[in-house]
Design a protein around this ligand. Structure first.
Ligand SMILES: [Zn+2]
Length: 198
């Protein structure tokens, strides 16, 4: 997936997390969590010198490639996710933000599982994991990816609305309507998500 899709996936992850934790909307922690996840989303592609992130940190990408770390291996692995979690513990930031950054990063290898090439999720084991059969897999920058990103963007707006609506629920006239709309949207969501965000 390209960096734009990873940004959106990370936002969805952070929104679900903020809904679950009932983090107050009007708080700096909520803003930091959304921004942190958004930025963390594409970072795993630092292993690819031609990627959007790789071009920004190209010396790192070049060193990784020189060390034999190929694209969608180490930085896309469960091992890296565990290491990142440990490293984030060292930062003096609120728990809700810490998790949001981690979730934002973790959505990346998950999304790349939809690629035809798959991901070496269990690196250093050289096993490529792919979620979809090759014919249904979604190549980077394909029309299918653009369509998927469109749907995901819509989902992220809906989740953002669900997250933000308590801040306006108390307003006269508008409040009750917004609250009702939010409830209808929630009812349309899969049961697992309803349980997760309530
Ligand atoms: Zn990637």
């Amino acid at each position: 997936m390209n960096y734009k899709t990873h940004h959106v996936a990370a936002l969805i992850g952070a929104e679900l997390w903020l809904l679950h934790t009932h983090q107050p909307v009007l708080s700096w922690q909520a803003a930091a969590a959304l921004l942190g996840a958004y930025l963390a989303g594409p970072i795993a592609d630092m292993d690819h010198p031609q990627s959007e992130v790789g071009r920004k940190v190209w010396p790192l990408a070049v060193v990784m490639n020189a060390l034999g770390i190929r694209h969608r291996t180490f930085t896309h692995s469960l091992l890296f996710l565990a290491g990142l979690w440990a490293a984030l513990q060292l930062l003096p930031i609120p728990e809700v933000v810490r998790w949001a950054i981690w979730i934002g990063y973790a959505t990346h290898p998950l999304m790349d599982l939809l690629n035809p090439q798959g991901v070496e999720l269990f690196w250093p084991l050289r096993v490529r994991v792919r979620l979809l059969p090759e014919i249904l897999a979604i190549p980077v920058d394909s029309i299918a990816e653009t369509l998927l990103r469109g749907v995901m963007t819509a989902v992220s707006y809906v989740l953002l609305f669900l997250y933000v609506h308590p801040a306006v629920d108390h307003l006269p006239l508008v409040g009750p309507v917004v609250s009702e709309v939010a409830e209808v949207i929630l009812q349309m969501m899969p049961a697992a998500i309803q349980t997760w965000v309530r």
